[in-house]
Write a new protein. Structure first.
Length: 151
């Protein structure tokens, strides 16, 4: 249950910044903190699921890896979002450039909607995909923690 409580605090902070982002930051300069908090919310829920199901949370910020460890089946939009949120959690939400080992994150890639760009962007449906995924993860984590001790 502690995983859910902590995730709720991060979700609230992400939602608050997301609301403000659309009010006064059309330039995108504050995109990093919004996506960082969104990614950290997902990371916390995935690690909670991993702990609940396997008794060990991997020490990684790779959200796709965490989803796999937690046994979560992702739809293509969720998978794409987690790939981008991983970049924000690793570096783009805090630093102007990545560490050397993550420099490939700055290279353009073809995306679901077409076109190519680095992974440091927001899609118009990100918030809806994120909110639905948060709800699903919270429900699964609640069910997992009710059936055993997960912290």
């Amino acid at each position: 249950m502690l995983w859910l409580l902590n995730a709720e605090g991060l979700r609230w902070a992400a939602e608050t910044l997301w609301n403000q982002y659309f009010i006064d930051d059309a330039s995108g300069r504050r995109l990093g903190p919004v996506m960082l908090l969104a990614g950290l919310t997902i990371e916390l829920l995935l690690k909670g699921l991993a702990v609940g199901r396997q008794k060990a949370a991997p020490r990684t910020h790779d959200l796709l890896e965490l989803a796999e460890v937690a046994g979560l089946q992702l739809r293509p939009p969720e998978e794409e979002l987690l790939e981008r949120l991983t970049v924000f959690v690793r570096w783009a939400g805090r630093y102007p450039v990545p560490l050397e080992r993550h420099v490939e994150d700055m290279m353009p890639r073809t995306h679901l909607g077409g076109g190519a760009m680095p992974l440091t962007y927001m899609r118009g449906d990100d918030r809806q995909v994120w909110s639905a995924l948060i709800a699903r993860l919270s429900e699964e984590l609640s069910a997992t923690t009710e059936s055993g001790p997960a912290g």
